[in-house]
Design a protein around this ligand. Structure first.
Ligand code: ASP
Length: 313
């Protein structure tokens, strides 16, 4: 039996201590702790990394502080279009959904795509038709309405900009946050899994889809190398195929997890202006939580070690 490890994120961006109240900071920390504990209890009891990832992400999707599930940002048309993906490192099976509405837990629908269809990625109306078939839980608009998110949309519309998540002052373009959520886990059998879920960007139009539902960009897991979940400016993360790039650097160039993560997040992404970060685990349980933004909501826990929770640099 191996030791288990788990890490989660709740988004990256311009997260400064000055813009944070003690109450808000505590709420974020509690949200991260509840989610990582949900995942850890599965790993502790000998459950799979895949189940742990889904369970931690469900907690984050149900928490309105994070931009996924309840708390997802508004599109230009005042809707919530949700993206999610999940991948199993043991056999490279994966499932994903993009642009789905009214789905309480998009990560579970992504899992259903993997387990109950012959496909990897389903989008929009087709994905929702599939969701009805597999009895996914739907919620009405009221469930997804969060006043802060609505106010953010009005501000973004005033400046006619598409804004990256739940920033407090949308008029200041420099203030960016990415509130996507994700989890990576290694179970006692040595299997890795990764998952990511998001509402995407405030004021997004035209069915825009980011990296979070793209296997290889926002999410990747392979027992031979690592499990990765990203958060940041999706367009740049897709162009850099971030999650798979880290796995490739380990597989083909024998880089360690830390070396691969640092090269991609602190060098390659920075060079093309790709702001954000990621969480990653390798098959030995090493954890990397790199980000090139001011902060990233993050937590990690290894068997028999203290829980780590971080927000700022
Ligand atoms: N990566 C997400 C997207 O571009 C945004 C985020 O991480 O907050 O949709």
């Amino acid at each position: 039996m191996n030791s288990y490890s788990i890490a989660i994120h709740g988004g990256a961006g311009t997260i400064s201590k000055n813009s944070m109240t003690p109450e808000k900071e505590l709420a974020y920390k509690n949200g991260l702790q509840d989610a990582i504990e949900a995942g850890e209890s599965i790993l502790k009891n000998g459950g799979t990394a895949f189940d742990a990832v889904e369970s931690a992400i469900i907690q984050l999707e149900n928490n309105p502080l994070f931009n996924a599930g309840k708390g997802a940002v508004f599109t230009h048309n005042g809707l919530h279009e949700l993206d999610a993906s999940i991948m199993n490192g043991v056999d490279l099976t994966a499932g994903a959904v993009a642009g789905v509405q009214h789905i309480k837990n998009p990560i579970s629908l992504a899992r259903a795509v993997m387990e109950q269809s012959e496909h990897v990625l389903l989008t929009g109306n087709g994905a929702m038709e599939f969701a009805k078939k597999v009895n996914a839980r739907f919620e009405n608009d009221d469930y997804f309405f969060v006043q802060l998110r609505y106010d953010q949309l009005q501000l973004a519309k005033q400046t006619d900009s598409m804004v990256l998540d739940h920033t407090e002052n949308l008029k200041e373009k420099s203030e960016k946050k990415f509130g996507t959520v994700g989890c990576v886990a290694l179970d006692q059998k040595g299997n890795l899994a990764a998952g990511t879920s998001t509402g995407g960007m405030t004021n997004k139009k035209y069915g825009r889809v980011g990296d979070s539902s793209i296997i290889g960009s926002g999410t990747y897991a392979n027992n031979k190398t690592c499990a990765v979940s990203c958060t940041g400016h999706g367009e740049l993360f897709m162009r850099s195929v971030v999650a798979y790039d880290i796995s490739c650097l380990m597989e083909y160039k024998n880089l360690s997890l830390k070396e691969a993560c640092d090269l991609v997040v602190m060098d390659k992404l920075v060079k093309i202006g790709g702001e954000g970060g990621l969480i990653a685990l390798d098959s030995k349980g090493h954890v990397a939580l790199p980000f090139n933004s001011d902060g990233m909501y993050r937590a990690s826990k290894k068997e028999n070690e203290e829980l780590f929770i971080g927000i700022y640099k």
